[in-house]
Design a protein around this ligand. Structure first.
Ligand code: GTP
Length: 236
């Protein structure tokens, strides 16, 4: 295994599969299985999952709601996804701990960095819910922050495309995929990988990001073994 401790970032939308909303049980089970397989090989895994399949902050703004209110609703949405993923993983055997950035002690432990690290050392998969606990921050930023805090070697951004392209491959047939980029390349080319806050946090802390297709069985394992699938972004 190339990496010993990783932070896996999954988007909420990915969980809805082909449904327009909510959680697709088959997709959830697939992700749980992928995660179990890498856990079985001894890798320490932290996970951050988005909430866009349930609620997006932007929806709130469109409806005339305050941005902050919408963002907190989004954070609660990540907790629903985190709980679903926790249940799906535990059904397959591995122990997990769900840590929330917003206190909700009947449902999850509160996030305490040292506790999170201890859980990882004890072989538990740690799911970080409720984003950073603050409005105006995306779940990509939460993933970057938690990755830095737990000293992960890499952020694995599991998406439905197999890497970073020069343009949106779903809209532009001339789009080409990059195998490797530096943070500076991404910035100079104006590519969208993560929002700037998340991106800066990774860059300043020398934390590489790998963007890969999470929907292809076996891919998560391959990435962790060091196969060059997806796109690697690192400091030059
Ligand atoms: P160790 O102290 O390393 O043994 O970790 P542990 O997580 O097994 O110990 P603990 O006794 O703290 O936790 C037992 C179970 O209770 C675990 O499933 C935890 O996730 C859960 N748990 C711990 N603290 C809280 C909390 O504040 N709220 C909720 N809802 N669950 C908690």
């Amino acid at each position: 295994m190339k990496y010993k401790r990783v932070l896996l970032k999954l988007s909420g939308e990915a969980l809805m599969g082909d449904k327009g909303f909510g959680i697709d049980n088959e997709r959830l089970a697939l992700y749980a299985k992928e995660i179990k397989d890498v856990h079985d090989s001894g890798v320490e895994i932290g996970i951050v999952i988005g909430g866009g399949n349930i609620f997006r902050g932007i929806q709130a703004e469109e409806g005339g709601m305050e941005r902050t209110q919408g963002d907190y609703m989004g954070m609660l949405a990540t907790m629903i996804n985190s709980m679903a993923l926790q249940a799906a993983i535990e059904k397959l055997g591995p122990q997990t701990r769900l840590l929330s950035a917003i206190e909700m002690k009947e449902i999850a432990e509160s996030f305490i960095r040292r506790r999170a690290v201890r859980h990882l050392e004890k072989g538990r998969i740690v799911i970080f819910g409720a984003g950073t606990g603050n409005p105006y921050f995306t779940t990509d930023t939460a993933a970057s922050l938690r990755a830095v805090e737990i000293d992960a070697e890499v952020i694995l951004k599991g998406t439905r495309v197999d890497g970073i392209y020069s343009a949106d491959p779903e809209k532009d047939a001339t789009a080409v995929k990059f195998d490797k980029l530096t943070f500076k390349d991404v910035f100079d080319k104006g590519l969208s990988v993560m929002d700037m806050t998340a991106f800066t946090l990774c860059n300043e802390n020398n934390l590489p990001i790998i963007v890969f297709d999470m929907n292809k069985p076996g891919n998560l394992m391959k990435v962790i073994q060091g196969s060059e699938i997806g796109t690697l972004v690192e400091t030059d």
